[in-house]
Design a protein around this ligand. Structure first.
Ligand code: WT7
Length: 570
């Protein structure tokens, strides 16, 4: 094949047909319209053969399984929507969840969608500061959380959030409201373009961003989960991503329920032995997980794996961070299956590059663009991002390295960053959506991940914006300036490290260093720096911005010359 035909070849033909096929398999609301919650639960609940099947099997803190059938989940989420009505929640209002994967989370998430409101999931390991920023950013009017998380994370910031009208605490109070709610509330008639999901994500500069997605995204969730993960109604499916992040919602709740599978979730924190037990005892058939988790299983050795019966497992897939070839080889030897990599982002809303479940895995490669997606590799400029000249980008054909770009038009592309049209516009150039990832494409059209083209940090699969961490540290009275980067870590890929310049006259003591670490943990929670170095100064650009790339080069002992090609420490 001539190399200049490769881009065209990888944009498999009949893109529209791929989505049209998925659209045909969706039900639609009676009388017209599309609502994710209808597709995920109510259509199954209306089917006498499906109604009694297990939708959710959730392991509580003691490991006891709690099951909800499709029928039960449909009824309870309808009542939740009716509770939102009573609180004055209206179509398009943002309702946030700050919950782990407990039954209430699924009921609330689906109830929010049924009410025509926008589901805005928050990670329950965030500290007060990231939660405050995101509630403000999303203009969230109602928050659903547990009494415990309320005390720990919300109470310290409650007074600073006048726009947050109600906080619903799960437990007896909510149960009482649900019992009194209207069990027959019809689903709000939403259209594919109506807002459904607001996912918070991070960029290099500025505050976090809130990517808005419509109900029509479910077309892409269904199409990709079926064709790439191979998800089927008879699957026992375990997506280990937390439902406070986009993967945990799109592929942890929406896709498997739309397909009609049984979702397994574990509310307990990661533990190697327990994870093997979940796979074994729950007879998991399809497992969608992340490289950090696989690396931690690998570090424990084969013995633990061999104590368990993993014979039910048909497919292992991974997402969120670079999947090392060594992990794929290990999985094949130890678990008896390779790991199928998938690549996507909060903004793309669904998997864009993948090795499908029925394709042979090439260790170290992500895979190819999914059917219906046109991908391109764009030439980079000196800042590492795609070079745009007079509004035009340069598409490189054949084997190439550059910024990954995608042709807009697929059903789950975000509608924009909520309240931030400028940053939305900056994601597009010359008819392409720019991903911010540098990739390499082999001669035969397979893609490999190279690095992020910007400064965001991926730690244990979570995206951390250095600016958010720097801003928080700079609110501490002893801190004059901070620069935050990711440093390599064998398990988590990267760890967040801060370089801190103290205010004049403040002594750089070990006590202060420890205090700053504690301050970060309290304020930021999961995105706090793991290491802090007190330094006399930071490198700056001429315009005065901290040069994080230079900090990283110095930390890694790399040459400081060509920073545009500096690879991520992962
Ligand atoms: C960033 C997106 C993962 C979807 C939900 C989280 C990195 C994602 C891979 C992969 C290497 C990957 C990219 C991407 N990433 N998948 N298979 N190999 N890197 O989305 O939090 O918006 O993160 O995660 O850098 O841009 P997100």
């Amino acid at each position: 094949m001539a190399s200049d035909t490769l881009t065209a070849a990888s944009a498999r033909p009949h893109a529209e047909n791929v989505w049209a096929a998925a659209r045909r398999d969706l039900d639609g609301l009676p009388g017209g319209g599309l609502n994710i919650a209808h597709e995920a639960v109510d259509r199954h609940a209306a089917d006498p053969l499906q109604r009694g099947r297990t939708a959710l099997r959730i392991l509580d803190r003691t490991g006891t399984a709690h099951e909800l059938t499709y029928g039960e989940l449909a009824r309870r989420s309808t009542r939740f929507a009716s509770v939102l009505d009573r609180l004055g929640v209206w179509r398009g209002d943002r309702v946030a969840t700050l919950l782990g994967p407990d039954p209430d989370l699924y009921v609330a998430a689906l109830g929010i969608l049924k009410a025509g409101a926008v589901l805005a999931p928050l990670f329950n390991a965030f500290g007060p500061e990231p939660v405050r920023t995101r509630i403000e950013l999303g203009g969230v009017s109602v928050l659903v959380t547990t009494p415990e998380l309320y005390r720990r994370t919300v109470e310290p910031i409650r007074e600073e959030l006048p726009g947050l009208r109600h906080v619903l605490l799960v437990g007896p109070l909510l149960d009482g409201l649900l019992d009194a709610a209207d069990p027959d509330r019809p689903i709000t008639r939403t259209a594919p373009d109506d807002a459904a999901l607001l996912h918070f994500t991070s960029g290099t500069t500025g505050a976090p961003k809130a990517a808005l997605h419509g109900h029509g995204a479910v077309v892409a969730h269904l199409a990709t989960a079926r064709s790439l993960l191979g998800l089927r109604p008879d699957d026992v499916y375990w997506c280990t991503a937390d439902p406070g992040w986009v993967t945990g919602v799109s592929y942890g709740i929406v896709a498997p329920l739309v397909v009609g599978a049984t979702v397994v979730a574990d509310t307990r924190p990661f533990d190697v032995r327990r994870w093997y037990r979940v796979l074994d005892e729950q007879r998991v058939t399809l497992w969608y997980t992340a490289p950090t988790a696989l690396r931690m299983l690998m570090a424990r050795g084969a013995e633990e794996a061999h104590r368990h019966d993993l014979s039910a497992l048909r497919t292992i897939a991974s997402v969120g961070e670079p999947l090392n070839g060594a992990v794929v080889e290990w999985a094949l030897q130890t678990l008896g299956l390779p790991v199928h990599d998938t690549w996507w982002q909060t903004e793309t809303g669904a998997i864009m590059l993948a090795t499908a479940a029925d394709e042979e895995v090439r260790p170290g490669a992500i895979g190819r663009p999914v059917p219906g997606i046109e991908a391109a590799v764009l030439a980079q400029g000196p800042d590492g991002r795609a070079r745009v000249e007079n509004g035009h980008v340069t598409v490189i054909h054949g084997s190439a390295q550059g910024e990954l770009a995608l042709r807009p038009g697929w059903p789950s592309l975000f509608h924009g960053y909520f309240g931030d049209p400028d940053r939305t516009v900056a994601c597009f150039a010359d008819g392409w959506y720019l991903t911010g990832d540098v990739v390499r494409r082999d001669r035969d059209g397979w893609y490999r991940f190279v690095a992020r083209a910007d400064d965001v940090i991926k730690t244990a699969g979570h995206l951390v914006g250095p600016f958010e961490v720097e801003s928080c540290l700079m609110r501490h009275p002893a801190v004059a300036e901070a620069g935050v980067i990711g440093v390599p870590d064998p398990a988590a890929g990267a760890l967040v490290k801060a370089f801190v310049v103290l205010r004049a006259g403040v002594e750089p003591t070990e006590e202060l260093q420890a205090e700053l670490l504690g301050y970060g943990r309290r304020e930021l929670g999961a995105v706090a720096p793991r290491a802090i170095a007190l330094v006399p100064d930071l490198p700056h650009t001429r315009s005065g911005k901290v040069m994080r790339r230079l900090l990283r080069a110095r930390e890694l002992g790399l040459p400081e010359g060509d920073l545009s090609t500096l690879e991520n420490p992962s």
